[in-house]
Design a protein around this ligand. Structure first.
Ligand code: TYM
Length: 395
């Protein structure tokens, strides 16, 4: 992972969008992410807030440091994160809540919010609920069978445990297995949301199946479960990429009417796929590094990755490359380089002193060693599954 360095970034926030800053079209929903995302516009569109210097100063005051994912503005937006920090300072403990829709094998993009969630759990000693929306992923696609989703649910649980969450403070909720704990809360939520609101928040249409239309309260329910577990209104912080925000907009709308705190969020950007455009996605496995990939597959995926380089070595030396539009650069920056190394890589690329083959070779080497180690932890996770399953008891 990136380590904290005393070196100011060479990249301005408008550029950190995995591409150009003149984005024309983009779409971000919980189920589809398309186009070149302008994250500043997304803050305006979703009505969230950028993470300010004051918030970072408060984080530093409490934890003694600023995590690189915050420093590099990978986590760039929030709702009420400052309020969560205030609550922590007045000794009101907050829960963390995050999740996964088990539609395929886990890729390194998914790991980013989870690694950050583990960091928050360690720093704030927080309890964590981790939801697996197997119902959502079954309903979303007509082609997916229940058996396929069940297989991915199991595989994804191994990844979640392998991240290293505390077994004493973390519980995994599988929707179809633990529905009895969610359903009473979900019906309370559902009763307060009209179809007209659901259509405008999620873009449902007449052709959306009614399972999907009824699903959002199930993802909202774990926002309020901590209050039920603790027997008093309990603050909740959700770390996730910004695609999940529509769920929280809806949940926040009903929270106070139900006697709960509004859930707070901290939103990340997306790790780019290794192809020409778009986020890393399980539905495009050829452009994603999966935690189950063999070293030769990683090597192949990285060697065929799109880059911001020129067509020939001579042109690269003469004109320099476009690191900002290069997924290999972003991947290295967010995952493996220190901030200082990454800033140097950027300068060397722009000036033609670095060739794409060198960056690809760095990425292949780092990813292979990361995944080899991660796979060992996935193996060990097999025996730990029962400890992590939610059982309705206090954590
Ligand atoms: P899912 O499975 O699509 O994604 C799981 C988590 O990974 C984030 N994510 C990414 N982050 C960085 N780069 C990427 N390329 C990338 N792709 C996905 C997502 O934002 C998410 O944080 N419905 C949810 C499951 C869910 C959930 C939650 C997620 C249930 N409750 C609470 C977050 C918080 C889903 O299908 O996520």
């Amino acid at each position: 992972m990136i380590e904290e360095e005393d070196c100011s970034s060479l990249i301005n926030n408008n550029e950190i969008n995995n591409g150009t800053s003149d984005s024309q079209f983009f779409k971000v929903t919980p189920w589809e992410v398309e186009g070149e995302i302008d994250y500043n516009k997304l803050i305006e569109k979703f009505g969230t807030k950028p993470i300010s210097q004051e918030i970072l100063a408060k984080v530093k005051k409490i934890t003694g440091e600023i995590h690189p994912m915050l420093r590099l503005q990978y986590f760039f937006s929030h709702r009420d994160f400052d309020w969560i920090l205030d609550k922590h300072e007045t000794s009101e403990n907050f829960y963390l809540y995050t999740g996964r829709g088990p539609s395929g094998m886990v890729h390194m993009g998914h790991l980013m919010p989870w690694i950050f969630t583990k960091y928050l759990q360690d720093k704030f000693d927080s309890k964590l609920l981790f939801q697996l929306t197997d119902d959502e992923k079954f309903l979303y696609s007509q082609d997916r069978s229940r058996e396929e989703i069940a297989r991915y649910t199991y595989e994804n649980i191994l990844d979640i445990i392998a991240v290293g969450f505390s077994p004493h403070k973390t519980k995994i909720i599988i929707d179809t297995k633990h529905i009895q704990y969610l359903y009473p809360i979900a019906t309370e939520i559902a009763k307060r949301i009209t179809f007209s609101v659901a259509k405008s928040v999620f873009g449902f249409s007449n052709s959306t199946n009614i399972g999907m239309i009824g699903f959002p309260p199930i993802q909202a329910a774990p926002c309020f479960l901590p209050s039920i577990i603790e027997g008093k209104p309990t603050p909740v912080l959700i770390p996730a990429a910004i695609d999940q925000d529509p769920y929280w907009r809806m949940t926040r709308d009903v929270a106070e009417r139900m006697g709960y705190y509004k859930p707070a969020q901290i939103h990340s950007k997306f790790i780019p796929g290794l192809g020409l455009r778009g986020k890393m996605s399980s539905s495009k496995p050829q452009t994603a590094i999966l935690t189950s990939d063999e070293p030769e597959i990683i090597e192949k995926k990285v060697s065929t990755a799109f880059t911001g380089g020129q067509p020939t070595i001579a042109l690269q030396r003469q004109l320099g490359g476009n690191a900002i539009g290069c997924p290999v650069f972003w991947y290295l920056r967010y995952f493996f380089d220190t901030e200082k190394q990454s800033d140097e890589r950027l300068l060397k690329c722009k000036s033609g002193n670095l060739l794409c083959g060198e960056c690809k070779s760095d990425l292949a080497k780092e990813s292979k060693s990361f995944i080899i180690d991660f796979k060992k932890r996935r193996e060990k996770a097999k025996d730990a599954i029962p400890k992590f399953m939610y059982d309705g008891k206090p954590l």
